[in-house]
Design a protein around this ligand. Structure first.
Ligand code: GTP
Ligand code: MG
Length: 454
C-alpha cells in the first residue's frame, strides 16, 4: 500500500498546522523533509517521540516545527505515522505538503487515514463513522453519544443481535442435520419466542433513530401562530440577533425566515413563518401556504399564542392543525396583563410555556427544557449504542424485515430450513452494518463523506 499524506488541520490560517504521513515509508519520507536539531535522522525517531527541527523542500528551508512519530501498529492507522507540525499559514502548510509529495508520498483521499485504520483492524465501520460524528458534533449530548459509538457501543449491540440470530440458526441446523440425536426440537412456539425477542431489539434501535438524527442534524422547527403573537420577536431573541422584521402590523412576516438557533445542547433549524389567518392579500396567502407545508415537514412545532388576548378562532384553527404533532406551546407577552385561558391549549397540545419574548432573558433556557422533554432528548443513553446515520438505519430495516418474514413463516408452519434462509439475510444486514461483511462499495461510500486528512 502506498504511503499517503494530507493536511490534517482546517484550510485556514491558525497557530499551527499538521501534515500527516501514513504508510510503510512514513519515517523515510519525513526524514527527507524534516531535519531535527538534536536527533541524527528523523527516520530513527522511536514511536511516541517528538523532535524539534527545520522543514525543507529540497535545499530550500520552508519553516521550523515539530515531528511526532508513531510506529506501527501503535498509531491511528495501524501503520507508521509521522506528523509534522509547522506554523499555521495556508501557503507554508501547502508547501510542506507538496514537499512530502515530492519526497515520495501520495496525496490521501477523503477519509483514507480512517479507512486504513479500519482495514488494519484498529476500528470497526461503526467506530469509523463515529469519528466523523465527533468531528461534526454541535452539542454536548451528541458528542457523548458519538464517543460512546467510538468506544464500540453500537458495534457491541449489533454483535448481541448477531449472536441471538446465530443461536436460533444453529439450533435449526442442528435439528435438521441430526434429527435423531438429542438436539432439542425446534417448535413453532420456541421459534416465535426467539424471533420476537430479536425483532424487539431491532425495533428499539429503529425507534431511537429520530432522536439521534435530531441531535446530530438539528431539529427542523416551525414557529407558527396568529399574526402579531410575537413569533418573529421570539425568533430574534433566540437567535440573539434581529433576523425577522418585527412590527405591530399584522401580517409582517410573509416569506419564511430561517435561522439556526442553539439552545444549550439542542440545535434548532428554525423557520419563522407567516401568521395564520384568512387573508385576501395574495402575497400573504402564499406565505400562509408555505407555512402550512413547513408545518407538515417539521420535527417540532413552536406554537405561539398571545397571552394578552383571549383565545381566538385563528388560535383554535391552529390547535386543530397541530394536534397530534410534536408541539411546544408558548404563551407569549407574559409582561402584559393576561387574558388568555390556557385550558384549551393544554387539552390540545399540552401545558404551554409562559414567557415574554420581548423581555425574558431566560426564554432560551425555558424553551430548551420544554423542547428536550417534549422530544425525550434526555432519553438517549450515550453508552447504549444508537443508529447514527441512514446507512445504519437501512441495514436494521432490512434485518428487521427479514426477521418479520421469518416470524410470519414460523407462524404459517413453514419448514424451519426456510426460516433459516431468512435469518441468514438478517445476519447479512447486521454484519453489513458493523462492517464485518460490508463490500468495498459500502466502505467507499462511508469514507466519501469524510474530509481529506482524517
Ligand atoms: N409586550 C410585549 N409585546 C410583544 C412581545 N412579543 C412581541 N411583542 C410585540 O408584538 C408585536 C408583534 O410582534 P411580531 O414578533 O412581529 O409578531 P409576529 O407573530 O411575528 O407577527 P406576524 O409576522 O405579523 O405574523 C410587536 O409590536 C412586538 O413588539 C412580548 O413578549 N411582550
Ligand atoms: Mg413575524
Amino acid at each position: 500500500m502506498s504511503t499517503i499524506c494530507a493536511i490534517a488541520t482546517p484550510p485556514a490560517a491558525g497557530g499551527i498546522s499538521v501534515i500527516r504521513i501514513s504508510g510503510e515509508h512514513a519515517a523515510d519520507i519525513a526524514a527527507r523533509v524534516f531535519r531535527p536539531v538534536s536527533v541524527r535522522r528523523a527516520a530513527e525517531l522511536k514511536g511516541y517521540h517528538a523532535a524539534y527541527g527545520r522543514i525543507f523542500d529540497g535545499e530550500e528551508q520552508l519553516d521550523d516545527g515539530v515531528l511526532l512519530m508513531f510506529r506501527a501498529p501503535h498509531s491511528y492507522t495501524g501503520e507508521d505515522v509521522a506528523e509534522i507540525s509547522c506554523h499555521g499559514g495556508i501557503y507554508v502548510t501547502r508547501r510542506v505538503l507538496s514537499a512530502c509529495v515530492k519526497a515520495g508520498a501520495t496525496p490521501a483521499a477523503p477519509g483514507e487515514f480512517t479507512k486504513r485504520a479500519l482495514l488494519n483492524g484498529k476500528m470497526s465501520l461503526t467506530q469509523a463513522e463515529a469519528v466523523a460524528d465527533i468531528i461534526n458534533a454541535q452539542g454536548n449530548q451528541i458528542l457523548s453519544c458519538a464517543n460512546g459509538q467510538r468506544e464500540g457501543a453500537l458495534y457491541r449491540r449489533m454483535e448481541l443481535c448477531a449472536d441471538k440470530i446465530m443461536e436460533v440458526s444453529s439450533q435449526i441446523s442442528a435439528w435438521i442435520d441430526y434429527p435423531d440425536d438429542d438436539t432439542p426440537v425446534v417448535t413453532q412456539e420456541w421459534l416465535t419466542k426467539r424471533l420476537t425477542e430479536i425483532r424487539e431489539m431491532f425495533r428499539e434501535l429503529l425507534s431511537g433513530y429520530d432522536t439521534g438524527r435530531m441531535l446530530r442534524e438539528g431539529i427542523s422547527c416551525a414557529i407558527v401562530g396568529k399574526p402579531n403573537a410575537g413569533k418573529s420577536t421570539l425568533m430574534n431573541r433566540l437567535a440573539g440577533q434581529q433576523r425577522s422584521i418585527v412590527s405591530d402590523i399584522e401580517g409582517t412576516t410573509r416569506d419564511i425566515v430561517e435561522e439556526t438557533i442553539v439552545l444549550g445542547d439542542i440545535v434548532l433549524r428554525a423557520a419563522d413563518c407567516a401568521g395564520i389567518r384568512e387573508t385576501d392579500d395574495l402575497v400573504e396567502k402564499i406565505g400562509v401556504d408555505i407555512m402550512l407545508k413547513k408545518l407538515e415537514s417539521a420535527d417540532l412545532v413552536l406554537a405561539v399564542f398571545d397571552g394578552s388576548r383571549e383565545l381566538s378562532d385563528e388560535d383554535r384553527r391552529l390547535l386543530e392543525l397541530i394536534r397530534g404533532r410534536n408541539v411546544v406551546a408558548i404563551v407569549n407577552k407574559s409582561d402584559l396583563p393576561q387574558k388568555l385561558d390556557c385550558a384549551e391549549i393544554t387539552a390540545a397540545v399540552g401545558e404551554p410555556v409562559k414567557l415574554s419574548a420581548k423581555q425574558d432573558d431566560n426564554a432560551a433556557a425555558l424553551l430548551e427544557q420544554a423542547v428536550s422533554s417534549r422530544l425525550n432528548l434526555q432519553q438517549l443513553d450515550p453508552d447504549a449504542g444508537f443508529l447514527a446515520n441512514e446507512r445504519q438505519r437501512d441495514c436494521v430495516i432490512r434485518a428487521n424485515t427479514a426477521v418479520e418474514q421469518a416470524l410470519e413463516a414460523a407462524a404459517a408452519g413453514v419448514t424451519p430450513d426456510a426460516v433459516g434462509v431468512m435469518l441468514e439475510q438478517a445476519l447479512d444486514a447486521v454484519y453489513e452494518l458493523s462492517g464485518k461483511r460490508a463490500g468495498d462499495e459500502v466502505i467507499d461510500e462511508v469514507f466519501r463523506r469524510f474530509c481529506v486528512g482524517k
